[in-house]
Each structure stands twice: as structure tokens, then as C-alpha cells.
Write a protein that binds this ligand. Structure first.
Ligand code: SAH
Ligand code: SF4
Ligand code: F3S
Length: 491
């Protein structure tokens, strides 16, 4: 391979392969508990600063916390000023084309910075690095990048940094197939809320989705490792945790030595003294009755479930390989509403999947009306290199897709507003997150159902639970008044 890059890449060149990334081996999942900074790298970052730009989902945000933890162990300090940084990492997302465009745009800006400061180390990591086409494009058009690594070898950051600093070559190390779990990586968490990975990867292979290729096979952390981490966060005073996985309901499916699933994990975590526990994301297919039973006990398990549906039409769901039908999804929704009558449901929806007809799209609208989601993330389908859907014939013009997205969003906004209006006059438990960004006299907080609420109060209440009576509801914001400053005991 030749390149127009300003560097060679002879030695440290391990590029990604989508074909290898697709293979799911039967080999055991190894858990590694030891992580140490190599002797020669201790103090490497003293007097140096770093900046990480994070794109994409909570999984990526959490990976950034790990990289921050590693860099700070090396001696680096964080900076928000890219002109000052000795190292800049872009932790990228590959889920849709516009996510990738943002990163390439940013790389364009960073080129000037790199010219002004040749000692700057510029790295690209995250899901885009796992794609062959992206790595090739960087090699061809952005040869000033010093380091590319993927989602499976974050723990190798100290070694990779050493190579990138001391060698002239562009360092590329992307592992296409990885089934291991690395425990005990340092993490820099900030604020009141903590993320906790319970599993990695995804084996669902929805036909539109790149994640099973960029994140590897589904593998669950051992229950004791998750529980110990949650206990530690409780001890440190975190008020809320979110358990993370691409499909948390598949948790434990890969254990062959124990019979322990997501419902069991939630039951154990509900006994830990941490006020709020959330989880994301739930695939409807593996949502079992035991889990519903456990969630219905409430306590620290909040009554908000993010349950991506993607489409309201069973034929489209089949083409997406979601492995459930509209009817199956509605049965699950009915069970959840019966078990938790005030449950807040949110979702993800894709419009304009290849070949989606007007009638099929209208099925999505009627499903949204039936479920009455409080909110949703909605997307226009974006073809991803190497996925089965990218090869499907797509006869839906872009302006039709855009109109569908608008119609869907209008409907969701109507329903969201109606549901929020129904809360007016009610008093709800709110976790105070701090002073509102737009109005220094107001505090900003979240209900158990994750609704944003503004109300007057002193900044000293940050991190506390208060009771707030809702006075006015808008589509995305509630306003209210505090009725009691006392910490609401967790019921
Ligand atoms: N694991 C989660 C989803 C992670 S990706 C789940 O299955 O629920 C977040 C959302 O991005 C998806 O739910 C889907 O709605 C959207 N998405 C994924 N791939 C997409 C694509 N190629 N085009 C448009 N939207 C996509
Ligand atoms: Fe993608 Fe489907 Fe896996 Fe979610 S479950 S990450 S949409 S393949
Ligand atoms: Fe994006 Fe990777 Fe998350 S593709 S959505 S950052 S898992």
C-alpha cells in the first residue's frame, strides 16, 4: 500500500479488517485483572497536557473516562484549550455518516494546529478506527495523524503513546477480533453520576448497524466485578449509576459456569445503597419476565426504560433482523405498563430504511401513538460500509425520508408535551445537578424518569434530592417550585 502521508508507517501497522471483526469465535472469554503502567512510561506525561474529544454514545464517553484515567496516571493534566494541548485524542463514533463527517471536519482543523506545533501528538481512536475504509482514508488524506487505535486495545495506550512519541512512523494498532475483558483500568469519573459497563460488544447484527463490527463479540463482566464497582461508587458518594451495554438484556447469556442473568444482577444491585440505578440499552427481544418483576420492586431501580423499537412495521423489523415483531413488542410494552403503571418509555427509531413504504412508515406512527413514548431519538437511515443493509436496494428519496422524520418528530413532540402536562401539579423527587446554564437563579435537576426540571433554589443543594412541585410543562423541560429541601428517602 502506498500513501501520500507525511510519515511512514512501516513497523506499527495493524489495520482493521471488517471480515475478521464479523467472526464470532467459540474460544473462552479471558478476564485480565492486572493493569500496570510500564516502568519506562512512569512520569511520561509530567508537565504535559491532554484533550479528548468524544463523539457517540455513553460507551464512548465511558471509554474516554478510562483513557483520562490512564493519561493522568502517566502524569498528564487535562486542558480545554487545543492550542495548549500536547496530545489530542478524537474518540470517534461510526454509527451514521454524519457522525463520521464531524470527525473528518475536525481533523481538517487540527491539521493547522499540528503544523504550528509539530510536537503535538494527534490520535484517532474509538469506533471509526475499527473501520477499514476510515483507516485507509486517514492514511491517504490525513497523514499528519500520529496514532490510530481501536476500541479493544485502550489498555495499550501507554505503549502506543511511547511508540507514537519516539518513532517517526504513524502508529496503527487496531485489533479486529477481541473477546477479552480487561478489569481494573483506571477511570476518571466526574460529577454525581457514574457509568458502569456490565458487558461489551454485540452479537445481534441488526442489518443496518456497524456496532457488532466495531465493538466485538458480546461478553459479560463477572457479577462480582460489576457489584464491587457499584459498591465502590456508592462508597465514593455517587448518586446515580447507569449500567451500560449495547444490549443489557443479553447480560450473562455467555456465562457457562453460572446461571445468572440481567434480572439477577439488577436484583443484587437494588440492595446496594446507591439512590438511583439506570441501564441502557435494552433490546426488546431478551427482556424477560423475571427482569420485569425485579424492576417492578422499584427502590433504587428507576421507572424509566429506554426500549429501542426502530420501526412499527413487522416486515421492516424483519429486514432489520431485529428478531421481534410489532406484536411481540406491544406485548412487552403492555406487560411493562401493567407491572409499572407510571413507567416512562423512550425509544430509538430509524426512518427511511431501504424500501420503507408510506404504509410501513405509518405503522411506525401508529405504534408511537399506541405506546405513547415520553421521548425518542429519531434518525434517518444511514448506510454503513460492510453491513447487509448497505447492499439492499433503497428506492426512498432523501426528501421523503426527511419529511418522514419531520412528521415523526412532530408527533413525538405532541405526545411528549401531553405527557408532561399531565405532571403539572404533581410533586416529584429531583436530583439537583447544579445551577441552570441559562439562568443563574435557577437550579437544574432530573426526576427519576430522567426529565429535566428547573426550579429556584440555592447552589448549595447540588447533589441533594429535593421534592419539587411541577408548575409548568413544556415538551423538553419542566419548571416547578421546591416544596421541601429534605433528602427524599429512597422508597
Ligand atoms: N444497542 C442499541 C443501539 C445502539 S446505536 C440498541 O440496539 O438498542 C443507537 C441507535 O442508533 C440505534 O438504536 C438506531 O436507532 C440508530 N442507528 C444505528 N445504526 C444506524 C444506521 N445505520 N442509520 C441510522 N440510525 C442508526
Ligand atoms: Fe446495533 Fe442491533 Fe447491536 Fe443495537 S442490538 S448495537 S442496533 S446490532
Ligand atoms: Fe457510536 Fe460506537 Fe457508540 S459507533 S454509538 S460510539 S458503540
Amino acid at each position: 500500500m502506498t500513501t501520500t502521508s507525511e510519515k511512514d508507517f512501516s513497523i506499527y501497522f495493524q489495520p482493521p479488517s471488517l471480515k475478521d471483526a464479523k467472526k464470532r469465535g467459540k474460544e473462552d472469554i479471558n478476564v485480565h485483572y492486572s493493569f500496570e503502567i510500564p516502568d519506562e512510561m512512569i512520569g511520561f506525561g509530567n508537565d504535559k497536557t491532554y484533550m479528548i474529544r468524544t463523539y457517540g454514545c455513553q460507551m464512548n464517553e465511558h471509554d474516554t473516562e478510562t483513557m483520562k484515567g490512564i493519561l493522568e496516571q502517566l502524569g498528564y493534566t487535562a486542558t480545554d484549550d487545543k492550542h495548549e494541548a500536547d496530545m489530542i485524542l478524537l474518540n470517534t463514533c461510526a454509527i451514521r455518516e454524519n457522525a463520521e463527517d464531524k470527525v473528518f471536519g475536525e481533523l481538517g482543523h487540527l491539521k493547522t494546529l499540528k503544523r504550528e506545533n509539530p510536537n503535538l501528538i494527534l490520535g484517532v481512536c474509538g469506533c471509526m478506527s475499527q473501520e477499514e475504509s476510515v483507516v485507509n482514508r486517514i492514511l491517504q488524506k490525513h497523514g499528519f495523524v500520529d496514532l490510530i487505535f481501536g476500541t479493544h486495545n485502550i489498555h495499550r495506550l501507554p505503549h502506543l503513546l511511547k511508540q507514537a512519541s519516539f518513532e517517526k512512523e504513524m502508529v496503527i494498532e487496531v485489533w479486529s477480533k477481541e473477546g477479552d475483558i480487561i478489569e481494573n483500568l483506571p477511570k476518571k469519573r466526574e460529577g454525581l453520576k457514574g457509568w458502569v459497563n456490565i458487558m461489551y460488544g454485540c452479537d445481534k447484527f441488526c442489518t443496518y448497524c456497524i456496532v457488532p463490527y466495531t465493538r466485538g463479540k458480546e461478553r459479560s463482566r463477572l457479577p462480582q466485578d460489576v457489584i464491587n464497582e457499584v459498591r465502590e461508587l456508592a462508597r465514593q458518594g455517587f448518586k446515580e449509576i447507569t449500567l451500560l451495554g449495547q444490549n443489557v438484556n443479553a447480560y450473562g447469556k455467555d456465562f457457562d459456569h453460572i446461571d445468572y442473568r440481567f434480572g439477577d444482577l439488577m436484583a443484587d444491585i437494588s440492595k446496594i445503597d446507591i439512590p438511583r440505578v439506570r441501564f441502557t440499552t435494552s433490546h426488546p427481544r431478551d427482556f424477560d419476565d423475571h427482569l420485569i418483576e425485579v424492576l417492578a420492586q422499584r427502590g433504587n431501580l428507576v421507572e424509566h426504560i429506554h426500549l429501542p423499537v426502530q420501526s412499527g412495521n413487522s416486515d421492516i423489523l424483519k429486514k432489520m433482523s431485529r428478531k421481534y415483531s410489532r406484536e411481540h413488542y406491544m406485548v412487552l410494552v403492555d406487560k411493562l405498563k401493567a407491572a409499572i403503571p407510571d413507567v416512562v418509555l423512550t425509544t430509538d427509531i430509524i426512518v427511511g430504511f431501504p424500501g420503507e413504504t408510506e404504509e410501513q412508515f405509518e405503522d411506525t406512527l401508529t405504534l408511537v401513538q399506541e405506546v405513547e413514548y415520553d421521548a425518542a431519538f429519531t434518525f434517518i437511515y444511514s448506510p454503513r460500509d460492510g453491513t447487509p443493509a448497505a447492499g439492499m436496494e433503497d428506492n426512498v428519496p432523501m426528501d421523503v425520508k426527511k419529511q418522514r422524520l419531520q412528521r415523526l418528530n412532530d408527533l413525538l413532540a405532541d405526545i411528549g408535551l401531553r405527557k408532561n402536562k399531565a405532571l403539572e401539579g404533581q410533586t416529584m423527587e429531583v436530583l439537583v445537578e447544579g445551577v441552570s446554564k441559562n439562568n443563574p437563579d435557577m437550579l437544574s435537576g432530573r426526576t427519576r424518569t430522567n426529565k429535566l426540571i428547573h426550579f429556584a433554589g440555592p447552589a448549595s443543594l447540588t447533589g441533594e434530592f429535593v421534592q419539587v412541585r411541577i408548575q409548568q410543562a413544556k415538551t423538553y423541560l419542566l419548571t416547578g417550585e421546591m416544596v421541601k429541601e429534605e433528602t427524599a428517602s429512597v422508597s
